[in-house]
Write a protein that binds this ligand. Structure first.
Ligand code: ADP
Ligand code: MG
Length: 277
């Protein structure tokens, strides 16, 4: 089966005011398969957002190719089809609301696709239902919490019937309960609606729940694999200045003290099961 996203030898640089160039992606190649839940981590400036914007043709490679469901993002005729297949949710919930009530906001995307109004109504209702926001359909966005606003932003993307949702640090500005609301919603969409998820985060606790973790550093992919394989590499992660999940840190420290914690636990539950079998 062909991957839903193919990134082939992509280089990208930004040019500044003085004509100086910043390399943001340095020969990046990767495939993302349909239905995967991928977390992308890496510290500030490592190229995560730049890569994310290539997935839905917000940016075009300087060289190399990005193919989304068989469509090359360089093909101008395909831009709107690509953005319909691959929707994006950004960090700041306040910058994503365009309408004065929630349901109009969710309807905005499908309206631009010139979909019949009866179908728009049905898509909006079902999208709000999926993110658990139906009872706020007539509410003004400023009455909502950050987590609720992000769920509305996700509903706006879902109303476009995407196959992929890319979320660029969607939880960074939220409190812990807002973060949980958003993560529960995104996992639900992946499991129940089979939507491919690409989730950029600096919360390791979110990354451990992905199928696959990609680590970026200086515009390159430096590690790519299942969370347990990635977080085993504590020394490498620390060398590039990244945190590891708390439980990984705990077993790392215990192992240094001469204990040997088996099984590379990632979560508190797994650690408890290992210590108290
Ligand atoms: P991340 O999302 O991992 O923090 P970015 O993709 O935003 O990383 O940035 C990658 C590199 O590109 C950094 O060096 C950053 O300073 C630079 N960069 C990002 N956006 C711009 C821009 N609009 N103009 C110039 N340089 C940029
Ligand atoms: Mg970023």
């Amino acid at each position: 089966m062909e991957p839903i996203i193919q990134v082939k030898n992509v280089n990208f640089e930004y040019s500044g005011h003085e004509g100086e160039l910043t390399t943001a992606l340095n020969n990046v190649s990767l495939d993302i398969n349909k239905g995967e839940f991928v977390a992308i981590i890496g510290h500030n400036g490592s190229g995560k957002s730049t890569l994310a914007k290539h997935f839905n043709a917000l940016l075009h490679p300087g060289s190399g190719d990005v193919i989304v469901k068989g469509m090359n993002t360089k093909d101008d005729d395909k831009v709107w089809d690509i953005r319909q297949v691959a929707g994006m949710v950004f960090q700041n919930p306040d910058n994503q609301m365009v309408a004065t009530i929630v349901e109009e906001d969710v309807a905005f995307g499908p309206e631009n696709l010139s979909i019949p109004s009866s179908e728009i109504r049905q898509r909006v209702d079902s999208a709000l239902n999926v993110v658990g926001m139906s009872k706020f359909a007539k509410t003004a966005p400023h009455y909502l919490s950050g987590g609720q606003k992000q769920r509305v932003a996700i509903a706006g993307v879902i109303a476009m019937r995407p196959e992929i949702i890319i979320l660029d640090e969607p939880t960074a500005m939220l409190d812990p309960s807002g973060r949980k609301e958003v993560m529960d919603t995104v996992h639900y969409l992946n499991k129940e609606e089979e939507i491919t998820i690409i989730h950029i985060t600096h919360y390791m606790i979110e990354a451990i729940k992905a199928d696959r973790v990609i680590v970026m550093e200086e515009g390159k992919i430096v590690l790519d694999g299942p969370p347990r394989e990635i977080f085993k590499q504590v020394t490498t992660l620390k060398e590039i200045g990244l945190d590891v999940p708390q439980i990984v840190e705990l077993s790392f420290e215990l192992n240094k003290e001469g204990f040997s914690i088996p099984g590379d636990p990632l979560s508190i539950e797994e650690m408890v099961n290992i210590l108290c079998p």
